[in-house]
Design a protein around this ligand. Structure first.
Ligand SMILES: [Zn+2]
Length: 125
């Protein structure tokens, strides 16, 4: 399926290609505050249509993740995640026409990031 998403004011608009059935919720300091529902996709499945110049970047800690947000409305509709810096992490809350209640939500223990990422990469559930 092809989905459209973006920020609140309409400056940032993107399209994502893929099957969205499961998202990840993370308990780390920034995801808790932002309420992100993570959907990580390969960059070739993501197309920024508008708003590149409206985006600001927030970085902290290792500086790997690039937390993008719209400088006008503040909404973080997608970003470059620390776990997969070669991919795009779309905030499923910012997709049009999605019934969030129908998505399967997986938990990611971002407060114990190193341990959790090792587990995920080894394929453990
Ligand atoms: Zn905006």
């Amino acid at each position: 399926m092809r989905l459209r998403g973006g920020c609140h004011c309409g400056a940032v608009v993107f399209e994502v290609e893929g099957e969205l059935s499961e998202v990840e919720e993370c308990n780390c300091s920034i995801c808790t505050r932002k309420g992100y529902l993570h959907w990580i996709v390969p960059p070739q499945n993501f197309r920024l249509i508008a708003g590149g110049q409206a985006l600001s970047t927030y970085q902290f800690n290792t500086g790997t993740a690039k937390h993008l947000f719209c400088s006008r409305c503040g909404v973080a509709s997608y970003y470059i995640p620390r776990s997969d810096p070669d991919k795009i992490d779309v905030n499923a809350r910012c997709l049009d026409g999605i019934d969030l209640d129908r998505l399967k939500v997986k938990r990611f223990d971002g407060r114990n990031w190193e341990q959790s990422i090792t587990q995920r990469r080894s394929g453990a559930k």
